[in-house]
Write a protein that binds this ligand. Structure first.
Ligand SMILES: C[S@@+](CC[C@H](N)C(=O)[O-])C[C@H]1O[C@@H](n2cnc3c(N)ncnc32)[C@H](O)[C@@H]1O
Length: 319
């Protein structure tokens, strides 16, 4: 299948082919967490691609009897994109309504009460729990449950920038879980640069890196990638996790990017099998950045009520 067909199919699953997409676009009063660039759609596509295959693989482990999804920065369930008008599925709606596999339990956290109330409204089922407040603190309420034998979790950590504290990651080092962390390298690097150039307040960075050592370790860094590498190394050395794998989300192919880091408590040194899902995804999106995604969405969703037009466009350039 060529990239065009692949992207078309994947986008349809989380938009026009999806009843919840129709629902959130038929009424106007949904709150949208924020208005990121179109690149954010790649992150949602990744989650929609990863989660069902991950579930399939983990269901084969007979020592797991409860598989959980934990979303520590869940948002409102609805996102809108900069300069575009439609509502799209945020991570909670992706895992609940855009994939064909189920987790046994879902835990959603956000520190915005409006977001949590909207999520409760959109997701009404007995398997989901909602927590309003700082997830670095509120997570303590579910750690006993997640630590039980036979329980395993996929924990999605998707802050704007430095809101996830490294102490929270450390808390997760001893429980059966896999982490999917949005490492917003561009924003973190900007904050680091501000510290060096203007002696900016560093509380948030100290929390993010779990101490002050970063002040010396990062003195000579020049790129977003080095921020990611530093964080990935900390995950291995200080949080007892496997060497991470990642997807790079390019805002522009030559410019800023952020990383979705995957890591695991799985196995004894070997690379978890489900990391192959990430490799597959990466091959499909390697030439797609925020600008291309923007054009794609604009042409095929925002200005069209249906994706049928894809069929006629086949021989035209995709982006
Ligand atoms: C990038 S958005 C999440 C988007 C969502 N994961 C999605 O894919 O649709 C970050 C969210 O984290 C929330 N947030 C920020 N700081 C937080 C904290 N300390 N604890 C819990 N939620 C927080 C914000 O209210 C916002 O909704």
């Amino acid at each position: 299948m060529d990239e065009y067909e692949w992207l078309k199919r994947r986008v349809k699953l989380i938009t026009t082919d999806n009843p919840i997409y129709k629902k959130i676009n038929s009424e106007n009063d949904y709150i949208s967490t924020f208005r990121p660039g179109a690149w954010t759609m790649l992150k949602e596509l990744l989650l929609a691609y990863y989660a069902p295959q991950y579930i399939t693989i983990l269901r084969k482990r007979d020592w797991i009897n409860e598989l959980c999804y934990v979303d520590l920065f869940a948002g409102s369930g609805v996102i809108t994109l900069k300069n575009l008008g439609k509502n799209y599925l945020g991570s909670p709606l992706i895992v609940k309504y855009a994939i064909k596999k189920n987790f046994d339990k879902y835990y959603f956290f956000d520190n915005d009460e409006g977001n949590i109330n909207q999520l409760k409204d959109l997701i009404q089922d007995k398997d989901s729990s909602f927590f309003y407040g700082d997830s670095n603190i509120e997570i303590d309420r579910i750690l006993p449950e997640l630590s039980k034998q036979g329980v395993h979790s996929l924990i999605f950590i998707d802050p704007f920038a430095t809101e996830i504290k490294f102490d929270t990651i450390r808390k997760l080092s001893n429980i059966g879980c896999d982490l999917m962390i949005n490492v917003a390298a561009e924003e973190v690097k900007r904050a680091v640069d501000q510290y060096y150039s203007q002696n900016w307040n560093t509380n948030a960075l100290d929390g993010f890196f779990g101490g002050e050592k970063w002040k010396t370790d990062l003195a000579n860094i020049a790129s977003d990638k080095e921020i990611y590498d530093y964080y990935a190394q900390k995950i291995v050395e200080e949080a007892g996790k496997k060497r991470p794998s990642s997807t790079t989300i390019y805002k522009t192919l030559n410019g800023h990017h952020y990383y979705i880091l995957f890591t695991s408590t799985w196995g004894n040194g070997e690379r978890p099998k489900f990391f192959n899902i990430i490799d597959d995804f990466n091959k499909h999106i390697e030439n797609i950045d925020g600008n291309r995604m923007m054009k794609f969405i604009e042409n095929n969703i925002e200005n069209d009520n249906t994706l049928d037009r894809f069929a006629d466009d086949k021989n035209e350039k995709l982006f």
